[in-house]
Design a protein around this ligand. Structure first.
Ligand code: BGP
Length: 460
């Protein structure tokens, strides 16, 4: 076999609580920011489909885990919903939630599938947001209590924990670019939210280590390699700034235990540093992880600004660089994102060379397709494009591993077509097609291909 992967390689997929669980009356969870945002502004959501309309994992967990088994998963990542476990964020624990997550974890294990559990995948309990969300240190404390509770309840069986999924995304979406609640635009508030997320992560890691739970703890970051338009120093500097803001603002604290000095100097020069407290540096140093999850979808291409900055306007990342549309780049024709397979190799090489080669795995990679029903042939989605997408990335991943990267697995986004943030069901990603109206599940061609690849531990 030409592309054989290391023994015990993790083959699987990822999903998240809010995107799959759905409503669960009478065991209702507490409201999240997404529920509230949908009630307030349903038109922001694709075809006005909100977070209540999912693949109803809360009811179909046993059937869905049987499908994971059928697709030869040996591992599967999902998240715990903070607002389901503790509906008001800090108070009483919901016993139905405990029973539900126990059932899911036990059934995964019974089927030989390792549960990988994320503690926070974008679904902020509304009560916590009303107390300031990640801008508030009280919420950092509340998160750490929630994390400890999860370790206590499920830590005897869950051996792979992740504090956050893509923590930069709620910061970008909620405080810079208006695609997450609370949809404000303010760099200083964004920097504060990001800083407190790092503190919350570190508090959870501290609690995990103090409790001496078995297994390991990490974080999932969406790493977007920043490629400059040219090797001109101004373009290279622009790409470096984008890398500092969007990758290294989380990567360095969790792998090196500190912020990059040039990021601190950069923010200081624009008077955008968040407020620190005594003890923060020690806390961040304690937040170093055992395992890094890497979400990779597309790179960031960057050039220096063509025009002068308006110094009267509020500071934004775009003061430091412009995004660049490289001519001839390969695009996903069904979703509008660039496809650049070598990016996965560049991420691994950067980690190996510059970050002491951490243990890592690809925690999300996937191809969203609009109107995918058009590829239905005789009752099954024939998604050859997705098989090509995955093989293209796996080849570069294989090269990275053969050069020494400690990449331990590959998880696709996602198992079943799911509800997605403001996009709802616009972009379908699943190995399994979901008919939302009937809740019928049908394995796509890519699911069958993945099942063979997982069992063969590679492909030709
Ligand atoms: C990642 C998130 C997932 C998922 C995916 C696809 O950033 O971790 O939760 O949503 O992106 O994104 P979209 O559905 O917006 O195409």
């Amino acid at each position: 076999m030409k592309y054989q992967f290391p023994e015990a390689f993790w083959w699987g997929s990822a999903s998240s609580a809010l995107q799959t669980e759905g409503e669960s009356q009478p065991d209702a969870r507490g409201e999240t920011t997404w529920d509230r945002w949908y009630q307030q502004q349903p038109t922001r959501f694709h075809q006005q489909v909100g977070p209540q309309d999912t693949s109803t994992f809360y009811q179909h967990w046993r059937e869905d885990i049987a499908l994971l088994k059928q697709l030869n998963h040996n591992s599967f990542r999902t998240s715990i919903s903070w607002s389901r476990l503790i509906p008001d964020g800090t108070g009483e624990v919901n016993p139905q939630a405990v029973a539900f997550y126990n059932n899911v974890i036990d059934e995964l294990l019974a089927q030989g599938i390792k549960p990988f559990i994320t503690l926070f995948h974008f679904d902020m309990p509304l009560v916590m947001q009303q107390q300031g969300g990640w801008e508030s240190r009280a919420v950092v404390e509340a998160f750490s209590r929630y994390a400890r509770l999860c370790f206590e309840l499920f830590g005897d069986r869950v051996l792979h924990w992740f504090t956050f999924n893509e923590p930069i995304v709620p910061v970008e979406g909620g405080y810079l670019y208006d695609f997450h609640y609370p949809n404000v635009v303010d760099f200083k508030r964004a920097a504060t939210a990001a800083y407190h997320t790092v503190l919350a992560h570190a508090q959870a890691v501290r609690a995990f280590r103090a409790g001496q739970y078995p297994g390991e703890i990490g974080i999932v970051l969406n790493l977007t390699p920043s490629y400059p338009r040219s090797q001109h120093p101004a373009d290279v500097k622009a790409a470096h700034h984008a890398d500092l803001l969007f990758n290294r603002s989380f990567l360095d604290p969790v792998l090196r235990g500190e912020y990059p000095a040039d990021l601190v100097a950069l923010l200081q020069s624009y008077d955008q540093l968040p407020a620190c407290q005594p003890g923060d540096a020690e806390l961040i140093a304690d937040g170093k992880i055992d395992l890094l999850g890497i979400n990779y979808y597309q790179p960031r291409r960057v050039k220096c600004r063509d025009s002068a900055v308006n110094l009267q306007s509020p500071f934004m990342p775009e003061w430091l660089f412009d995004n660049y549309e490289m001519p001839g780049r390969k695009m996903n024709p069904y979703r509008g994102w660039e496809i650049y397979e070598p990016g996965i190799y560049d991420i691994l090489t950067n980690l190996r060379v510059n970050y002491d080669n951490p243990r890592c795995f690809i925690s999300e990679n996937g191809m969203g397709v609009e109107n995918e029903q058009r590829f239905n042939q005789n009752g099954q989605i024939n998604d050859q494009y997705r098989i090509e997408f995955v093989t293209g990335h796996l080849k570069w991943l294989h090269k990275g591993i053969s050069e020494g990267s400690q990449c331990l697995g590959y998880h696709m986004w996602t198992f079943i077509d799911n509800w997605s943030w403001c996009n709802a069901y616009k972009n379908r990603y699943g190995f399994v097609q979901l008919d939302l109206a009937t809740q019928q599940r049908t394995v796509k061609k890519s699911g069958e291909w993945f099942a063979r690849t997982a069992v063969d531990n590679g492909f030709n």
